[in-house]
Design a protein around this ligand. Sequence first.
Ligand code: GLU
Length: 390
Amino acid sequence: MRALLLKHIGLVAAALVACLIAGAGAATAQDIRIQGVAPQKTAPPYVPGAELVVATRLIPPFVMDKGAKGKTPGTGELEGFSVELWQAIANETGLKSRFQVYPTLPALLDSVRTGANPAGIAAISVTSDRALVMDFSQPMFRSGLSILVPAGGRPGLAVFASFITSDVLAALAVFFALLLIPAHLFWFMQRGRKEGEWLVPKSYGRGMAETLYWSAEAMIGQASATAKSWYGRFLAFVWKAAGVLLIAYFTALIATTLTVSSLRGGIEGPADLIGKRVATISGSTSARYLRELKADPLEFDNFDQAVEYMLKGQAIATVYDTPMILFYARHAGNGRVKVAGSPFRTEDYGIVFPAGSDLRPVVNAGLLKTVENGTYQAIYDKWFGSDNSR
Ligand code: GLU
């Protein structure tokens, strides 16, 4: 009996240990970091002299089609800050390469993470999540996030529209529904009779038209003059008292709806985006930021689609990387959009490699060389003006 009991205890203990091991096997990315386990190597071996197919995506002003009119986007020659930086690194290190353009950020990241492409360059932010499953070069660009909103607009109307919320509409609906009660009571008791100088119509339609008007008047304290009978006066009194409460409630509701930010009518920082529909790009650091902020992000494959959606009035703003937002506001979106507030989060861009890449040290050395010999600054100045901050 005792032996049997011990055997059972042993079995339960073994099952517990098995569960713990299985749990560790299904560890999340977070756990891997905590346990200090390096991501599984996915990088193909680096063969010096072989042509590298570098993953990228169109993302002005980092990667753009060079005069690709009429051609399928991404099939022509490329230009832009990241394109020229990669070419400079390749020149420094003797790497042979060509670009492969991916349509979306997740597709670009996956191609590198799985080792299908030995490197990727565009405007890829260095993040802790990504660093767990792939390798990054030294930072190549200091960036951040910004907010883009439609230009102009009618602030007066915007302020008006800002207090037409579902709460205010619901309160208005309740108010009109309540008007029907005294209107019906009064019509039901007085229909076809004289009320002072006033003959309350017998038919329901005309009767309602007048008694509704009477009950609306009563609510703002005017109707006692028209009601002469005791129940007319009584109803008017009760409804007036209810009206005082309703108006107080309504005033309080509008006062809370008209928060300071909606009175300003504008967006000045991330706090103004909480709970609001905001356009952004799938799989980007902006999309993640907006989810954490508790905004309501709608994600698009590319920035142009996100901005078009916002300009149709379906999102109040677009959140994305500052350089892309500034470039868009100065070029394609000039006059149609404006930047709201200042950049609110700094991020670095890096070149990505599959985990365990031996190409990375080569590229890092080339990148640092371009910084040391001034090539980096020349490319930076060409695309971003002679501002010294990277
Ligand atoms: N820098 C952002 C990110 O890495 C956006 C990049 C992109 O849209 O390609 O998440």
